[in-house]
Design a protein around this ligand. Sequence first.
Ligand SMILES: [Zn+2]
Length: 85
Amino acid sequence: MIRALFILFLAMLVYSAVKTVLRAAGRTRQEEERKARIHGAEMVLDPQCRTYVIKDRATARRIKGDLIYFCSEDCANKHEAQFRA
Ligand SMILES: [Zn+2]
């Protein structure tokens, strides 16, 4: 009888351990998918502050016929002002 309880206890222990490992693996996979999306996104260089920004989220400005990407409206305005002066 005690032996049966011990086996039940072991089974529960193994079950919870497996569940924890599976949950951790699932989280790692999500993390990797998220990273892959960031690395897969096209990056553009902001010539004003020299920061790389994701193209989809960048502010685009056409300056002297060239489409240039910036991290913010602020950088775009500053850069544009240099060309105007
Ligand atoms: Zn910038």
